[in-house]
Design a protein around this ligand. Structure first.
Ligand SMILES: [Zn+2]
Ligand SMILES: [Zn+2]
Length: 133
């Protein structure tokens, strides 16, 4: 599978996911992605290769030993890793290809913000902004 950042400067190649897709709601992921959760999945370290962007890729150590890799040009987070472990944690929404599986769980939902209610009846639209009223 191929993945890339918003501006296209950074890209990677990843073998099949080796763990389930999990939506992580932790506060650190919320801040890192400026989103209410980050969709994550493990890939064997040996099955992950950066293919583009060594010159613009940066890493932020959000917790001692945990590096979050992102494009310094556009800000997209692509992968995180615990140094020394035999897997990396893909930011699944950065994939350009369909991983072929559905998300299996949400974790750290105790960190959800008060305004975020998963079961609220919020209308959805195929594209664009909702009608102005
Ligand atoms: Zn980029
Ligand atoms: Zn998280």
């Amino acid at each position: 599978m191929q993945g890339s950042c918003l501006c296209g400067s950074v890209a990677y190649d990843a073998d099949a996911l080796t763990g389930p897709i999990v939506h992580c709601h932790c506060l650190t992921c919320q801040k890192a992605h400026s989103a209410v959760f980050a969709s994550t999945a493990r890939v064997e370290r040996s099955g992950f290769r950066w293919t583009r962007g060594d010159n613009v890729r940066r890493a932020f150590e959000s917790t001692p030993g945990k590096l979050r890799h992102f494009c310094a040009q556009c800000g997209t987070h692509l992968m995180a890793e615990w140094v020394g472990r035999d897997y990396v944690i893909l930011r699944v929404a950065s994939l350009d290809d369909d991983p072929g599986v559905q998300p299996a769980a949400r974790i750290w939902t105790t960190h959800d913000r008060p305004w975020l209610q998963w079961h609220a009846d919020v209308p959805a639209y195929d594209e664009g902004a909702p009608p102005v009223r």
